[in-house]
Design a protein around this ligand. Structure first.
Ligand SMILES: Cc1ncc(COP(=O)(O)O)c(C=O)c1O
Length: 447
């Protein structure tokens, strides 16, 4: 257990950070009471350490970005090599090997169904790009009325104004409501909504009916439907059946609407296949990737799209082009980190090894899954979640604080506890993660 008092150095970091850094997604006053600020000096493998040697198993991959551990030797070597070659060059008018190779490799992973990659830095920027590209494509095709978007109940696509407009998490969007364009919000296929006798696939088909109704009524005004394939992560790891994606693809085809798959959280093997959409045997019109694509090293996001959509912008007229950019678009260091990440997938047969890892952790979590204070225990690929049966509004912050005492970094969403560990846990780490999560849960539920 982590019980020692902070040393002068770590205590000093906390005080200086609170005095000068505005931390993300946080009511800063809470750092003075229920949400302790954790100073980190270094990371190794699945672990984060502070300067006093306290350690935390990063069981949520530092907000779902870290795939192969901290200070991964192979990604480090690639980055050190790249650092001596080219740290950055603008991508407008210039190109470089890492961005070319990465685009080719990603396209090959889709069987070349999505032939072009457009780059940015954060996930929300990729969502903005996909929305803008969809609208602009229809405009270039003479369909200027197609300017509306559809998202799912409980969707999360990021915090910038455009991405927030297709986000249905009231806590994040309420304050900015007057700034946001209205989107259509349709039923989520969340399998937890199953009525008696209904399977997850039944829930998916029921939700798809609502989408169909909307597209039938307003398909000529709608540019795109945006979904988080298979798992709506920020909504509390709402998992759903691939049947929904297959239905959504068919409906989008029928009504001439784009399908945007936001795989920022669920791509890169997180749900068991490299792209989550593969489990529904579909390709969307746009895929957004970020987070894990750089192994959790550097901000990198991208939008992959079909060649027909790319061709819709290809013209002598500059205004028909996609005139969007960010200064760090296609940064060579970030692309090189991504290439090293893809190499690890290939060389270590990661998707197959993850199936073994997932089976082990699921077995180790069974006593927790069967705890009578737990409901909706669920798993897909390398994501596990369950809902605590509690009304305590402070459940999440109590759990976070208690987990730190047990050397775990876990940050429940409301009363949903989830694990999204990096793809490197050994058997001992897996078993210990499961046992400690249960111990923390028991401690918090006993009050
Ligand atoms: C599905 C999804 N889309 C978009 C984003 C936004 O990404 P970023 O925080 O990098 O802007 C996130 C972040 O959690 C996400 O989970």
């Amino acid at each position: 257990m982590n019980t020692r008092q902070p040393s002068e150095q770590t205590g000093d970091w906390v005080a200086r950070s609170l005095a000068s850094v505005w931390h993300p997604c946080t009511q800063m006053q809470h750092h003075e009471s229920m949400m302790p600020l954790v100073p980190v000096s270094h990371g190794r493998g699945a672990w984060l350490f502070d300067a006093d040697g306290r350690r935390y198993l990063d069981a949520i991959s530092s907000w779902w970005v870290n795939l192969f551990g901290h200070a991964n030797p192979r990604i480090n070597t690639a980055l050190k090599d790249q650092l001596d070659l080219l740290e950055h060059a603008m991508l407008a008018g210039f190109t470089h090997e890492p961005v070319i190779k990465l685009s080719e490799k990603l396209s090959a992973l889709t069987g070349h169904a999505l032939g072009h990659c457009f780059y940015a830095s954060d996930g929300a920027s990729a969502v903005e790009i996909a929305l803008k590209m969809s609208f602009h494509f229809w405009r270039n095709s003479g369909k200027t009325d197609k300017r509306e978007f559809v998202c799912l109940r409980g969707s999360y696509h990021g915090e910038t104004i455009g991405a927030l407009a297709v986000t249905d998490v009231q806590l994040f969007r309420d304050a900015y409501g007057p700034l946001l364009q209205q989107a259509h919000v349709v039923a989520s296929p969340d399998a937890r909504a199953a009525e008696a006798g209904e399977s997850a696939a039944d829930v998916a088909r029921r939700a798809a009916k609502q989408l169909e109704q909307l597209l039938a009524e307003r398909g000529d005004k709608i540019a795109a439907v945006i979904v988080e394939p298979l798992v709506q992560c920020a909504a509390g790891m709402a998992m759903y059946d691939p049947a929904y994606l297959a239905e959504a693809r068919a409906l989008c085809d029928r009504y001439g609407v784009h399908l945007i798959a936001d795989e920022i959280a669920v791509g890169c093997g997180r749900t068991g296949s490299f792209f989550a959409c593969e489990q529904a045997n579909i390709w969307p019109d746009f895929v957004c990737l970020s987070k894990g694509i750089s192994g959790g090293y550097l901000p990198l996001s991208l939008v992959m799209t079909r060649d027909e959509i790319y061709q819709g912008f290809y013209d002598a007229d500059v205004k028909r082009g996609f005139l969007h950019s960010h200064s760090y678009t296609g940064n060579p260091l970030a692309c090189r980190a991504a290439l090293a990440t893809l190499d690890i997938f290939e060389q270590d047969d990661v998707l197959e090894r993850n199936r073994e890892r997932a089976a082990r952790l699921t077995t180790a979590l069974m006593p927790l899954a069967e705890d009578e204070r737990v409901m909706h225990f669920r798993q897909r690929g390398m994501i596990w979640a369950f809902d605590a049966i509690t009304d305590d509004p402070a459940f999440s912050s109590k759990f976070f604080a208690s987990a730190l005492q047990h050397e775990l970094l876990l940050r429940p969403i409301g009363r949903t506890v989830y694990l999204m560990p990096p793809y490197i846990l050994d058997d001992e780490e897996s078993d210990s993660l499961a046992a400690r999560t249960h111990a923390v849960f028991d401690e918090v539920m006993r009050g």
